[in-house]
Write a protein that binds this ligand. Structure first.
Ligand code: SF4
Length: 249
């Protein structure tokens, strides 16, 4: 269960209760993806003791200039201090959870800094340093789309496994295919009227799946998305690995 859609989860004052509730209801893995600008001492301590399984710290770029160009109104030193403080808090408690990933996204402003990012932060006691591929967010915002590097253009026109694996719920109960539909233009149902299971098996969800099977392009938001998830068949895994290799050459 991912506790964010297009927003910042630490802005939600109830997020720690939500994590506890999910773990009490035996949700297998609860994940938070945060930009860490609000991950101060108090939040860090609450994150570590909340039961959260995995946290992704999105930190774009390895230099102050790049970071502050991308993460408007955030301060490089302040966010880095939060991350270091969080890691100290986690170490002090002796907790292995949450599994901690420090992530940057490969896009035009960061592409030349990826190696520097890996070298600069390799000594941080995170569980994983990760360089993610650029997400075009279904080509809905020109200012985002223009950040795409050419290699990202490879990810197009594949049926996506996500409509068979998961679903996204907005803050007000509207249900959408996935987080790329951040303005809820493709509403599949509403939890104020139906259960999640009813929506999961409902006509809108079935039509969405059929659009993936029957058309190479699919419907919105999928037709413009560069983040299609491959099916986990041996062929699909090999194909996905090959695409990644080709993309890195
Ligand atoms: S194709 Fe993209 S927008 Fe559609 S379900 Fe998959 S990841 Fe989400």
């Amino acid at each position: 269960m991912y506790l964010q859609l297009f927003g910042e989860p630490l802005l939600n004052p109830n997020v720690f209760e939500m994590i506890r509730y999910a773990k009490e209801r035996t949700v297998y893995e609860v994940v938070m993806n945060t930009n860490a600008t609000l991950l101060d001492e108090n939040s860090a301590s609450r994150v570590v003791t909340s039961g959260l399984d995995r946290i992704v710290l999105s930190f774009e770029g390895s230099s102050r200039e790049t970071y502050e160009q991308i993460r408007r109104n955030a301060r490089y030193e302040s966010t880095l201090k939060n991350i270091q403080g969080f890691l100290r808090t986690k170490k002090a408690t002796g907790s292995k959870k949450p599994f901690t990933i420090l992530q940057t996204i490969r896009m035009k402003p960061t592409a030349r800094e990826v190696d520097l990012f890996l070298a600069r932060f390799e000594d941080l006691p995170v569980d994983r340093l990760f360089v993610g591929d650029f997400d075009n967010w279904a080509n809905q915002v020109e200012a985002i789309t223009t950040l795409q590097t050419d290699r990202n253009a490879l990810r197009q026109a594949f049926p996506c496994a996500d409509p068979w694996r998961g679903i996204a719920v907005c803050w007000d109960g509207r249900v959408i295919p996935c987080c790329r539909d951040f303005d809820a233009r493709c509403t599949l149902g509403d939890l104020n009227d139906s259960t999640l299971l009813e929506i999961w098996n409902g006509v809108n969800m079935v039509e969405l799946r059929q659009s993936h099977v029957s058309s190479i392009e699919g419907a919105f938001p999928c037709r413009q998305c560069n983040q299609t998830t491959p099916f986990a068949s041996p062929v699909g895994i090999m194909f996905s690995a090959l695409r990644r290799m080709v993309g890195r050459i």
